[in-house]
Design a protein around this ligand. Sequence first.
Ligand code: ZN
Length: 113
Amino acid sequence: MHELSLCESILDIIEEHARTHGFHTVRSVRIEVGMLSCAEPEALRFGFEVVTRGTVAEGAVLEIDRPPGEAWCWDCETLVPVADRVSGCPACGGFRLELHAGDQMRVTELDVD
Ligand SMILES: [Zn+2]
């Protein structure tokens, strides 16, 4: 399952922070999963619960943000928001888009004790 390996990377990040900053409990974790990523929020929540069992992040609330993708349109010569991979540029309808963001996954906030 794709989401499970994503959750393992999230846990790696949390554990690294726990080592660096010396905390023992994580109350909540906010992550950003781009709209163009195929990860399912529900599957992420489930995977997170599974991989964090017995770790510093056990029981932590997972908050998921889904920011839209962003692409450079070569016709408009500007950055435009994109909701999926198949639609063209929302401004000119063109397809000369270069994806800049949208399938990223990162931890943006950790609330710890
Ligand atoms: Zn355009």
